[in-house]
Design a protein around this ligand. Structure first.
Ligand code: RUB
Length: 308
């Protein structure tokens, strides 16, 4: 699939979820490089760089997308032949996808230790990382119940309910505004992340911070499941995470409200670190306050400047 196609599908949410969009973007650039038959490195560079920019712009909030694409271009700046450049881009993309898939498996193992028999676990939106943790705990023989929010307006909770049912985990779906009502009966909250800032704030689907508030009030551990490529090197340099706003038509249909009513549709929010019990990553379960160290050690300058 061309980078243009992938970018379009990311924009239209056909391809969604922070890790998935990163992997699909990396694969799109890989395929573009692979298809190039010429010998002109300048031409090849400008071709794949155009795709890089298009893909990065397709969804603005998930740093995973940016990190994934940066990884594809790792150590390419000094390459002088089109052949070597093409091979490097393809190898980097393969490595990124492999690293991402392996990270997910390890997160499943670490996170499963947080689930006990008889627990009631709530998740919000549709996070592959959070669902992998539940799937692994279930495969280990733990028996627990899951609750999933509807996650308006796109209703990714329907996807989650289907994923849970496929695994065999007893699932209850609730509307977003029922979170506080059920929270007192829950034992654990597991959510994913689109971006984790250097101060430990987690940016995830709109409503996540309300879930965290309710969990804090009820003393229910609020746990984030996220690969290290969800951490943002750009926030170290003071950059704020851009919260995507989507179209009003996702909330109201034509003529439903008078035209003078403004519709505001932010699709992610930030949960401050003080509401987060822990972040389950492939390098271990860490406090949100360790975000800075993760960025410097795991991503840092290598990702920021993409130099050899
Ligand atoms: C998805 C969402 C998910 C994170 C993490 O939002 O907020 O919780 O992306 O997902 P959208 P994963 O549906 O708008 O993409 O763990 O699969 O990376």
């Amino acid at each position: 699939m061309s980078a243009e196609d992938v970018a379009g599908r990311i924009r239209s949410m056909e391809i969604r979820g922070a890790a998935e969009i990163a992997r699909r973007a990396a694969i799109a650039i890989r395929e573009e490089a692979e298809a190039y038959q010429g010998k002109d490195i300048k031409e090849l560079r400008s071709l794949v760089e155009r795709s890089r920019d298009l893909l990065i712009a397709s969804r603005p909030t998930a740093i995973s997308l940016w990190n994934g694409v940066q990884y594809v271009f790792k150590d390419t700046s000094r390459i002088t032949s089109a052949e070597d450049y093409r091979a490097k881009v393809m190898d980097n993309a393969d490595r990124f996808v492999k690293r991402s898939n392996n990270a997910l498996k390890t997160i499943g193992k670490h996170g499963a230790n947080r689930i006990r028999d008889g627990d009631k676990v709530l998740t919000h939106c549709n996070s592959k990382a959070a669902i992998t943790v539940m799937a692994e705990a279930w495969a280990q023989g733990k028996r627990f119940e899951a609750f999933c929010t509807e996650s308006r307006p796109w209703r990714q909770g329907v996807l989650t309910a289907n994923d849970l049912a496929k695994i065999g985990i007893p699932a209850t779906m609730i509307i977003d505004s029922a979170v506080r009502y059920v929270m007192k009966d829950l034992d654990l909250v597991l959510v994913g992340a689109d971006t984790i800032a250097s101060n430990g704030a987690v940016i995830n689907k709109i409503g996540t911070s309300q879930v965290a508030l309710a969990a804090d009030e009820a003393r229910v551990p609020f746990t984030v499941c996220a690969e290290t490529f969800k951490f943002s090197p750009r926030t170290i340099y003071g950059e704020m995470v851009k919260i995507e706003e989507r179209d009003a038509t996702e909330i109201v249909g034509p003529g439903e409200v008078p035209p003078e009513v403004r519709i505001f549709n932010p699709v992610f929010d930030a949960t401050p670190p003080e509401y987060i019990d822990s972040i389950v990553t492939e390098i271990g379960v860490i406090p949100p306050y360790a975000a800075y160290q993760v960025i410097v050690k795991e991503l840092g300058y290598e990702f920021m400047f993409n130099e050899d």
